[in-house]
Design a protein around this ligand. Sequence first.
Ligand SMILES: Nc1ncnc2c1ncn2[C@@H]1O[C@H](COP(=O)(O)OP(=O)(O)OP(=O)(O)O)[C@@H](O)[C@H]1O
Length: 564
Amino acid sequence: MEDGDDEEVVRLGQNNLALNEGLETGGWRSVRKRPAPGHSFGGGIGAEAANYVCVEEGLEMAGTEWKKGKPQVRVVEVVDYVPAEEGLETAGMPWKTKGKPQNRVDEQGKEENLEKKQAEKIGKVTLSMQQLQVLKAIAQGKSVFVTGSAGTGKSFLVEFAIRVLNRIHGADSVFVTASTGLAACAIGGTTLHSFAGVGLGVGSKESLATKVLSRRESKKRWMKAQALVIDEISMIDGEFLDKLDYVGRTVRASSGKQKPFGGLQLVVTGDFFQLPPVKPENEKKYFAFEADCWSRCFDLQIELTHVFRQSDQDFVALLNEIRKGVCSPPTLSKLHGCTGPVGDQGIIPTRLYPHKVDVGRENDHNLRSLGRELVTFTAKDEGKSDFAIRLLENVRAVKLLSLCIGAQVMLVKNLDTEIGLVNGARGIVVRFSQEEDPLAPEAKDTMRFVSPSGVWPVVRFACDGLERVVRPESWSVLEGNTEIAKRTQVPLILAWALSVHKCQGMTLDRVETDLSKAFDYGMVYVALSRIRSLDGLQLIGFDPSRIKVHSKVVSFYDKLGKQK
Ligand SMILES: Nc1ncnc2c1ncn2[C@@H]1O[C@H](COP(=O)(O)OP(=O)(O)OP(=O)(O)O)[C@@H](O)[C@H]1O
């Protein structure tokens, strides 16, 4: 059979790494569904390939079509190859959806004719090798714990992990959760407590299991689940994790009594050097990694090392010091030198406060001081129950948003990551516009509800200085793949001030902060690691004694490092 015969060609994506261990960058391969005469599928290849990603033509975000069923494919040729970027330990991985085959792989998997320089990056997403390793493990049904310093792409990876899990288990069996409502809403999930149906989790593990068994909906969720995602694990305590493990094993006794969480595939992410659980520190099993079940829960525990948020390696090194509770004289002197960034496009830095009350006061004061007419936008909340609607209080977009011309605002949704219109992008309201959204005529009622006068804020964003009309966006709270609540609101919040808790998970370009009142573990690190570069930081009254790192966290990471 000749190349190009009538076999259907599918393209396998990053997980071809598995087929191709020696190949540093993975790369694309075009594969055939049937072996050519005289060739058979190697057991390893077939077995791996059966699970692998197939990118659809034109899919911008790294295709994640999963091919299930029997081993059917044989690698024929690489259709794309992008070498690791210089100095990038993690080897960038392109997602390419079209273009001519450029490289070939022979039967042994060796590459010929690598035209690296001509490799053209068409796809938009490049995953680090470690990120790929995680997806590969998930695709193999493994439970993983993904950690790493701020900005290493843990949350970014969660989005891909969910797609992979959905393909394996079906979306209605994948439950996406996080420790806090804020973090949960950011990934379209619910809190871990809410998934578990154990209220605040107070009481013995036996009483919580009885509670779940007695509630039809809670029991159904546990029984239906095949995979559980938990983001921002640092804020979950070990005692609670052990209780959930017990509940899982009890409620799902028929499918996995002996297995952690009753046999659920776990994808857990977070950085224990960031914010800790909100509970008294002296309790035993304060951190999740102290849970008795912890080491049994995971097949793979990995610390991502390539930082995406900051490109300045000196700044990355400085942040790594602070993360571990160190503040060397050069670091201190650099931080003391952060006396003040100039505003960008007339937009002043956002002040980060350790305490929430300071945030409300500052934003309110600044808004009123502008002395302009306020325009208010009301979120449209829809939900299956009062309880579901209450979950919307955790959405970053607020119920009532009052703005006026000159208001300093921040996006709370990724609108266009390519140009920097991301969660945390800041701007200033320059006017209000009455333009209708040509794309959303069917959503007229919702639009009217959010803005009865039909006007929308026009914001000049710091990322590119361009003005854009900002129209409502939606946030869903999902249980499995069922939407239980939805908020539609203009995706902006006031941004003169923000709390350190609220900024966890965000990327900010300009920050002013007085961390002299930082009180919790990881707080200084979380605040400083939000910004992309030191030029964007104005630090007032920096006190290195406020850098708090828990010794248990340090030893946990020491051990993790040694396991590598
Ligand atoms: N593979 C990638 N390619 C391009 N950008 C990436 C990649 N991974 C992450 N990023 C970007 O890096 C930034 C930080 O990522 P992300 O917020 O997921 O990091 P994180 O590890 O969850 O950080 P934190 O611990 O601070 O919440 C984001 O702007 C994200 O879009």
